[in-house]
Design a binder for this molecule. Structure first.
Ligand code: E4P
Length: 224
């Protein structure tokens, strides 16, 4: 399973790229407006696209098909690795079909059912984004949508990638991997939590402490 970072904060992206942890980035209008502040979000998107080698999702904010298509074309011109995100609306699917016919990768976002996901894939989406956490918030099992999409896409040999989104904790990431998601997009805090285990820290401490008992017999490389 690939891992994307769900953020528009350039420092977080540089950290995750530097640590070799991520394969791409997803943004949304909320994340971009927060990170760009008074700056131009398009400049920030270009900076993000330069910082990560993989796909970077950038969302349209128009709500009519022509506006979404126009905006999607503009976003795609910002960088070669832009993926245009459109919402799972009838208008969004019309725009998705036109953009993908032009060779632009589209991520259909705000997917809350497997049938929505299937329609998105049929419209030419390269990525379909079920929002797990927001479904959980309503008392439903968001991960079930990921598992259902995996079964449907495998059965009918659908190429679109399942991008599990709105993941809130490392257990969500584990469940997404087990359910067969192609990609999990995670906030930086969740990715950091995935790195950690108290037994790893305790093990390192113990190894270093035992090693230090060798005292003067062992010198770090390069010391006289
Ligand atoms: C994904 O593309 C979305 O930006 C994101 O996962 C939404 O997550 P949230 O429900 O925590 O806002």
């Amino acid at each position: 399973m690939k891992i994307f970072l769900d953020t528009a904060e350039i420092a977080e992206i540089r950290w995750a790229v530097g640590a070799g942890l991520i394969d791409g980035v997803t943004t949304n209008p909320t994340l971009l407006s927060r990170a760009a502040g008074a700056g131009d979000p398009r400049d920030l998107l270009q900076e993000i696209c330069g910082a990560v080698a993989g796909p970077v999702s950038a969302e349209v904010v128009a709500v009519d098909p022509d506006g979404m298509y126009r905006e999607g074309k503009e976003l795609a011109r910002l960088a070669d690795n832009i993926v245009v995100k459109v919402p799972m609306l009838e208008e969004g699917l019309v725009a998705a079909r036109r953009l993908s016919a032009d060779g632009i990768d589209v991520n259909v976002t705000l997917v809350f059912s497997a049938m929505q996901g299937l329609l998105a894939a049929k419209a030419g989406a390269a990525y379909v984004s079920p929002f797990v956490g927001r479904l959980d918030d309503t008392g439903q099992d968001g991960m079930e949508v990921v598992a259902q999409l995996r079964t449907i896409f495998r059965t009918y040999e659908v190429d679109a990638q399942i991008l599990a989104a709105s993941l809130r904790h490392p257990r969500h990431a584990l469940q997404a991997a087990l359910a067969g998601a192609d990609i999990a997009t995670l906030p930086a805090a969740v990715l950091r939590q995935m790195l950690l285990h108290p037994l790893t820290d305790r093990g390192v401490d113990q190894f270093l402490s035992d090693w230090s008992k060798l005292g003067h017999h062992v010198q770090a490389e390069g010391t006289p």
